[in-house]
Structures are given as structure tokens and as C-alpha cells.
Design a protein. Structure first.
Length: 308
């Protein structure tokens, strides 16, 4: 048989009041029930704790030795309870999120900023990388969740779709193709192409589609990030393709964007979680905020605001 928390509370109440009636009243119990509880505690411990007489109650030496430990144990339990409550109320805790660079500078960052304002006591950590790498980080338990694009072969994760994002073709204002509402793949055969050197399925699809529909076209230049790719387009090196959701956060001066024709270079963006494992209160709150923020936008990718 194990000691119950109520018995510890009863022991401390009796040790402090040295009165069965006052101790029982403190715990909201009848005196007979309280006396029975103390006897059961002594039976469990196989140790008498109090000396009882008709005139007084007194702690025995064993009870004196247990008193400080019982108090410390109850204090530690109370502290743990308060910490758990603070975690549940998002007054404390931590949140670690991994995401794609194209999302880190936009949707995810905006929601994290709102989350920090609402819950300043929660420590935040944001990491960005390619899709496969952020999922490896999630699998290793280094982050609470990952926001990335759907891909096959990741059954160990649960995936909650958020929105469909397309790569938009970025070209200089005044370019001959800018007069069109949509650009076909075949029209890129004679254009210099700048691609971000990402290992994602979307960019792999772009490379394969260029090879098939644009007469074997390959990327003329490869960059490590979208900012460099846009700078190269602005400098006249060629055209590029950038996730549409990133464009509102980037410098589009002198540039315009047009959608590509079929097949659309798109990806499904969503939230990855480790399958079978629950989220912390902070991670649950962030997920809800991200879903709600994107639902409030008619076009999460911001395409309507970047067309020129």
C-alpha cells in the first residue's frame, strides 16, 4: 500500500495544530474520518507518529524526523502542480518549430510573432532547412512540429494540409513574356533559367518538366536562396521560379510574376507531427493560430498582390 497525498496533508495539519478537531476542520473532514486516516497512515508506515492522550496530542520522535521531509515533498509537489498549470496556461514552456525558408520569412514568422505577443513566457525556437532535413529534425525530437510540403515515404508523421502553393515565374517588368497571363513551359526553352538549388520535389518536378516540355532545357544558373535568384533576374541574367507564398516578403521592385501553365509546379503545404505523439500546449496553440491565420486569408500565397 502507498501513502496517499491526503494522508500527507492530514499528517502536516495534525503536526501543526496538535489537535484532531482543528486538523480535521482544516481538511474539511469529520473528526472520526480524520482519526481513521491518521491510523491508516501509521499502519502503512508501520510506525507510530503521534502520542495521543485525553489532554494533548504530541509528535513522537519519528514524526518529528518525518515532518520536514513531508513538508518538502508537499512543497515540491505543489511546485510541480503550479508549473504544470503554467504550461497549460502558456505562461511558461517552450516551442520549437522547423520550417522551409520560403515559409520562415512569411506565414510561419508572422504567426510566431503573434504567438510571442500573446504568450511572452514561452521560449521560442525557429529553424529553417530543406523539407527532408526539417522532417529529420522532427523525427529526432529536436522540434515540436514542422511546417513543410507533403512528400511520399514519411508515414511516421501525421500531416495536416494547410494550402496549395505554386511556384510563380518571375521575370523583369517589360519582358516579352510579361504581357501574357500565363507562361507555357515550351516558352522557356529559349530563356536563361535561374533555379534555387533545393532538393524538394517541386523543384525536381520543374527540372523534369523543363527537360520534357522545353526541348531538354536545363537550369543555366543555380542559387542557394530566393533572394539571390530575384537579384539575378533584376540584373538581367534570366527568369526564375519562386514559391508564390514568399513573394509578399521579397523585394519585387522591377519584377513581375506570372503563373505557369500545366502541369502546375505546386506543392501542398501543411503541418507535420510525430505520429502517435501528442503536442505540448504551446505547440497545440501555435498549430491552431497557424490554421486560423491562413484560413483568414483568401489567398495565403499572396499572388493577387504581386502581379504587375
Amino acid at each position: 500500500m502507498k501513502i496517499r497525498l491526503r494522508q500527507v496533508e492530514g499528517f502536516l495539519a495534525l503536526a501543526e495544530t496538535l489537535s484532531f478537531s482543528r486538523a480535521a476542520q482544516r481538511l474539511g473532514m469529520t473528526q472520526p474520518a480524520f482519526s481513521q486516516m491518521i491510523r491508516e497512515l501509521e499502519d502503512v508506515l508501520e510506525l507510530p507518529l503521534f502520542e495521543r492522550s485525553t489532554r494533548r496530542v504530541q509528535l513522537l520522535p519519528a514524526g518529528v524526523q518525518l515532518l520536514d521531509r513531508m513538508r518538502a515533498g508537499l512543497d515540491n509537489l505543489q511546485e510541480a502542480y503550479q508549473h504544470a498549470q503554467a504550461l497549460a496556461r502558456l505562461e511558461q514552456g517552450q516551442l520549437a518549430v522547423a520550417t522551409l525558408p520560403s515559409l520562415a520569412c512569411g506565414a510561419v514568422l508572422h504567426v510566431l510573432s503573434a504567438f510571442r505577443q500573446q504568450h511572452p513566457g514561452v521560449a521560442l525556437r525557429l529553424s529553417e532547412d530543406h523539407n527532408r532535413q526539417i522532417l529529420e529534425t522532427l523525427a529526432a525530437g529536436k522540434v515540436d512540429l514542422a511546417v513543410g510540403s507533403a512528400m511520399p515515404g514519411v508515414e511516421q508523421f501525421e500531416f495536416e494540409p494547410l494550402f496549395e502553393d505554386e511556384l510563380a515565374c518571375i521575370l523583369p517588368v517589360g519582358h516579352s513574356l510579361s504581357a501574357q497571363s500565363e507562361i507555357s513551359w515550351a516558352q522557356l526553352a529559349d530563356e536563361a533559367i535561374i533555379l534555387v538549388a533545393a532538393s524538394s520535389q517541386t523543384y525536381q518536378m520543374v527540372r523534369e518538366t523543363l527537360a520534357v516540355l522545353a526541348r531538354g532545357k536545363q537550369a543555366d544558373y543555380q542559387t542557394l536562396n530566393s533572394v539571390t535568384a530575384l537579384s539575378m533576374v533584376r540584373a538581367g541574367f534570366g527568369l526564375t521560379m519562386i514559391p508564390a507564398i514568399t513573394l509578399p516578403e521579397l523585394n519585387m521592385e522591377g519584377l513581375c510574376q506570372r503563373p505557369m501553365g500545366m502541369p502546375k509546379p505546386s506543392r501542398q503545404v501543411g503541418i507535420f507531427r510525430r505520429r502517435g505523439q501528442g503536442l505540448s500546449p504551446a505547440a497545440q496553440a501555435f498549430s491552431r493560430m497557424l490554421v486560423e491565420a491562413l484560413r483568414c486569408q483568401d489567398d495565403p500565397t499572396g499572388r493577387a498582390g504581386t502581379r504587375q
